[in-house]
Ligand binder design. Structure first.
Ligand SMILES: [Zn+2]
Length: 280
């Protein structure tokens, strides 16, 4: 029974909580921090003998093609996180098609292989943007991992399925959705396993949640971002709650992830699909 490990590769100025402070035209002038933090993750993954899917922004791949090659050469899967970290909710279907195709073309040029997976920035595949699945099928994607089946101020489809399912079919092609991981507690879906939930919730809770998935023979998903391991990044003025949500436990996160990866077998989405374990 395998579980799935993933990294959303973006800079410290890309997350939605801070995005508004940095207009696109200024990105080139900002401190480059992603390489160092991705290399730390690659080291950890090598030590733990795991593979992961790296959902990479087209913009990042254009700046750092050597980094993308290095990730692929280490045996990890390269997938798309869009081109410029624009939420699907802020684009129409044609703009999304353009953004997704640009990122796919850039990534494929760098690695010389097909890109078949996508994760929407800020889990912005919500009820109103479900048209995105059909665009993904048009562009040759096989799976998506963007839907969070929870209530949240910025994202989520609370009544979406909690485990992998066939989300869309067209012309004999189908697209599998791997929803972000949740535990069902007292009739509510509680998120775990990535981003702020991994940093802020006690580690034993996350371990218990993964054990629960394991016993259900469902793959749990871990998702992290390079900036979540970067204790030296500029601390932005975000207001107390947002600041806590965004920066808390960054200094402990690498050790925490290392402990989680000691148990179970962790693989990329592609390796998971190839293993034939999925029963949608
Ligand atoms: Zn992101």
């Amino acid at each position: 029974m395998k579980h799935i490990l993933s990294v959303d590769v973006e800079e410290w100025f890309h997350p939605e909580a801070v995005h508004h402070l940095f207009p696109n035209e200024n990105w080139q002038e900002l401190d480059e921090r992603v390489t160092h933090n991705v290399l730390r993750l690659l080291d950890l993954f090598e030590k733990r003998e795991v593979t992961a899917t790296f959902f990479i922004l087209g913009w990042i791949a254009r700046q750092h093609p050597e980094l993308v090659k290095r990730i692929a050469e280490a045996g990890h899967e390269i997938a798309s996180h869009g081109n410029q970290h624009r939420m699907l909710t802020k684009m129409n279907k044609d703009e999304f098609r353009e953004d997704l195709k640009t990122s796919k073309d850039i990534l494929q040029d760098v690695i010389g292989q097909q890109v078949i997976g996508f994760r929407a920035p800020t889990f912005s595949l919500v009820k109103e943007t479900r048209w995105a699945w059909s665009v993904m099928v048009d562009l040759g994607f096989r799976y998506d991992s963007s839907v969070y089946p929870i209530w949240h101020d910025r994202y989520g489809i609370p009544d979406a399925p909690r485990f992998a399912y066939t989300a869309f079919q067209k012309n004999g092609q189908s697209l599998i959705e791997f929803p972000m991981p949740t535990l069902r507690i007292l009739g509510k879906n509680i998120p775990f396993g990535g981003g702020g939930y991994l940093r802020l919730l006690p580690l034993p809770f996350t371990k218990m949640a993964i054990r629960r998935f394991h016993s259900l023979r469902q793959p749990s998903i871990i998702y992290v971002h390079p900036w979540e391991f970067d204790d030296d990044q500029p601390r932005l003025n975000l207001g107390a709650v947002q600041k806590w949500r965004h920066y808390h436990n960054i200094d402990k996160n690498l050790a925490r992830l290392g402990r989680l990866l000691q148990n179970y077998q962790w693989v990329s989405f592609k390796d998971f699909l190839d293993s034939g374990q999925l029963k949608p």
